[in-house]
Design a binder for this molecule. Structure first.
Ligand code: ADP
Ligand code: MG
Length: 679
């Protein structure tokens, strides 16, 4: 047996764990011995505090040495068994509910000196310990610090501790996988020693080299997987795309604005990828409204002018439509651009598919469902995926494979997650970031208003309509679980209609796609002024004329969600506003969220704050990413270790190090469900 295989063996291979107990462990996602190592003690119980009976303090956990004097086993049901004990200073009762006489006689034999530890109670002028769990003739086995594990029902503390002890005694010596350049940061502590220290009750709340080393192992194993995927994609040699700046210059002339510095630098990064003989696999990350679409369209143009086809996918039909129109406007005279959605008629569809096969179409725009379909391209050179947060590592890899060897991949996301998270869940991709928004953007002024002041909000809305501006009015579902529960939005819609007449529209979850699109188009074409909606207004859609968003019950939303919603406005050069409506009394946490939002428009900063408030596990993107949640590492707290791991990865990659050395690490940590597909 290889040394690490012991760790990967099933939990029921531990002596003392039968199939029943194993089931309970499995319920807590503890399947192997390795899994068990990471379920750490929650806190400690100090049983070193020995007292005489007359010094006992009620409510505290204390230890006493007593003489067992007398049994009191009543023959009446529901009355507890009692054992009277004493020392030279006083008397103490041990009270047992549900314990057998025989058992009690065995653990507390008459006239013996026994050490007992437990929580001290007081009843009928007598000290007592109820259901004592720590009883022994040997004071050394009681007067200790005990770790408390988060137990699952049916697994008691004793069993758990025994099992952990067994595992720790059997930990194998593993061949070191970390390099000395890394290990010196952790005082050269080995994995085994680190795990033992991790479980030492003394270290329960302590940080140190042992913990940092283990956190580093977890991060490095994730990065190694990412690197493997990245490499396997980079290995594919593709035909270089050949284009010059002619098209780019022409598009620039058509724009009503100058591109920002970040837009230009990301365009350059993408161009370099397109021109190289390695397949592009790039994430374009930028906050809402940072101007990603134009960057993508320029990439499309360059690929088309080098005689390849392009496919562009958006999450919703409206957004696909919007991209289609913009593409027509900017590139229409140079390229054949088609839109394929569920609205496309059967006849048109056949023609489009045929033309695509015969290389008559240069750019096909559609929804993400294009990805699932069997569409045959003649010469696909680029796939652009817009606003895709739900694609995990596995799907991205599939996407890249599906396009064929000449197909570059550009994924766009508006989820502004901190760099440590990008490294983790998008580590298989190269990343371009648009940090600065266009200069004409003014900060979205954000206010909070108490519900009862709704008339002020309506007055403000009137002023905005007077200035020919448009308004989003968001009412969250009262209960998220009940998707049909949109009473609040209907009520608000009715009341606004009384004031603003038929220039108010409503969309909610029960409308079908057609009805919904119809109303959204009305809003886009300025036929209505106020759009009332439940929860989410389509991501990504550009409504440059909307400059006010009112969010009712804002305390019900998370920070990042509020920021995304707010990003629906402020896309043009008008001054824009966000009004967060709240009840009189909201939770401390909600108050914090609203305060952060009022003080910042920076999506990256907001998502970092969000992680601090909620913990990173909840953040959008992690769950679907295919990367497992960290057991120890925290992208906010351990930022330095993430950066250290990133540097180490660069050295490993630059030196082309043999990854055999990391086999044990990868096998044990198994960070991604894609592992077996890649190695
Ligand atoms: P997102 O990054 O959220 O996808 P979009 O690409 O939809 O953002 O751009 C939002 C708005 O900003 C659009 O109306 C677009 O025309 C405009 N825009 C893009 N780049 C610039 C720029 N450099 N200067 C001014 N406006 C810009
Ligand atoms: Mg967009």
């Amino acid at each position: 047996m290889l040394s690490y295989e012991y760790l990967l063996s099933d939990i029921d291979s531990i002596k003392g764990i039968g199939s029943k107990t194993a089931k309970l462990f499995r319920k807590k996602n503890i399947n192997t011995i390795f899994d068990l190592i990471w379920s750490l003690p929650r806190d400690l119980t100090d049983r070193t505090d020995e007292k005489k009976i007359n010094e006992l303090q009620i409510g505290k956990i204390q230890t006493v040495t007593v003489n067992v004097k007398k049994y009191n086993f009543p023959r009446i049901r529901n009355l507890p068994n009692k054992v009277l004990c004493e020392d030279e200073t006083g008397k103490l009762d041990c009270v047992f509910f549900n314990s057998h006489e025989g058992y009690i006689r065995k653990i507390l034999p008459l006239n013996k000196k026994i050490v007992i530890s437990g929580k001290i109670g007081y009843f009928k002028k007598r000290y007592q310990i109820t259901n004592p769990t720590h009883i022994s003739v040997d004071s050394n086995s009681i007067k200790k610090i005990f770790s408390n594990y988060s137990l699952t029902e049916g697994i008691n503390q004793k069993l758990y501790t025994k099992v952990i002890e067994k595992v720790l005694n059997n930990l194998p010596d593993l061949n070191e996988w970390l390099s000395n350049r890394v290990l010196k940061n952790f005082d050269y502590i080995s994995w085994k020693k680190s795990v033992i220290q991790l479980h030492d009750p003394k270290n329960i709340k302590k940080k140190g080299n042992f913990l940092n080393r283990l956190i580093f192992d977890e991060i490095l194993s994730t990065f190694l997987i990412n690197s493997k995927i990245r490499k396997s994609i980079k290995k594919i040699k593709k035909t270089r795309k050949i284009f010059d700046t002619t098209e780019f210059d022409q598009i620039k002339r058509k724009l009503k604005f100058n591109l920002t510095r970040d837009q230009i630098s990301t365009i350059n990064e993408i161009n370099n990828d397109l021109k190289s003989d390695q397949k592009m696999f790039r994430l374009l990350q930028g906050d809402v409204g940072s101007g990603k679409t134009i960057v993508a369209l320029i990439a499309c143009m360059n690929v088309i002018s080098s005689n390849f086809q392009v496919s562009m996918m958006a999450p919703t039909e409206i957004l696909a439509n919007q991209h289609y129109r913009l593409a027509k406007e900017l590139l229409g005279n140079k390229a054949n651009i088609q839109l394929l959605t569920s609205k496309t008629s059967y006849k048109e569809r056949i023609i489009i598919l045929e033309d695509l096969k015969n290389n008559k179409i240069d750019l096909l725009i559609g929804t993400h469902s294009l990805f699932q379909e069997k569409i045959i391209y003649n010469n696909l050179g680029l796939v652009v995926i817009d606003e895709q947060h739900k694609f995990g590592v596995k799907q991205r890899k599939k996407l890249s494979d599906k396009g064929g060897k000449n197909c570059d991949v550009l994924v766009m996301s508006a989820t502004p997650i901190p760099r440590t998270m990008v490294m983790t869940i998008f580590g298989d991709m190269d990343v371009s970031v648009i940090k600065n928004k266009p200069k004409n953007r003014k900060e979205i002024k954000t206010y909070s208003k108490i519900n009862s002041k709704v008339n002020d909000v309506i007055k403000f809305t009137k002023e905005q309509i007077h200035k020919k501006n448009q308004i989003f009015w968001v009412c969250p579902l009262i209960e998220e679980s009940k998707k049909v529960d949109h009473q609040s939005s209907i009520k608000r819609y009715e009341s606004l209609k009384k004031i603003f007449g038929n220039r108010v529209g409503l969309i909610h979850g029960q409308l079908d796609d057609d009805e919904r699109n119809f109303i959204l188009l009305d809003f886009l074409n300025k036929k209505i002024d106020i759009l009332v909606s439940t929860t989410v207004i389509e991501v990504g859609i550009d409504f440059p004329n909307a400059n006010l968003i009112v969010i009712e019950n804002a305390n019900k939303f998370g920070l990042s969600q509020l920021h995304q919603l707010r990003g629906r406005v402020g896309r043009g050069d008008k001054e824009s506003f966000c009004i967060l409506m709240i009840k009189d009394s909201v939770s401390e946490n909600a108050r914090k969220r609203i305060k952060i939002l009022k003080s910042s428009n920076d999506g990256f900063k907001i998502s970092e704050e969000d992680m601090k408030l909620r913990g990173f596990g909840d953040l959008l993107g992690f769950k679907q990413s295919g990367i497992k949640n960290f057991r120890l590492a925290d992208p906010v707290i351990n930022e330095d270790l993430f950066i250290m791991a990133e540097k180490e990865m660069q050295i490993i990659e630059n030196n082309n190090e043999d990854l055999k050395k990391y086999r044990t690490l990868l096998k044990l940590y198994d960070r991604a469900d894609i592992l077996n597909d890649v190695i």
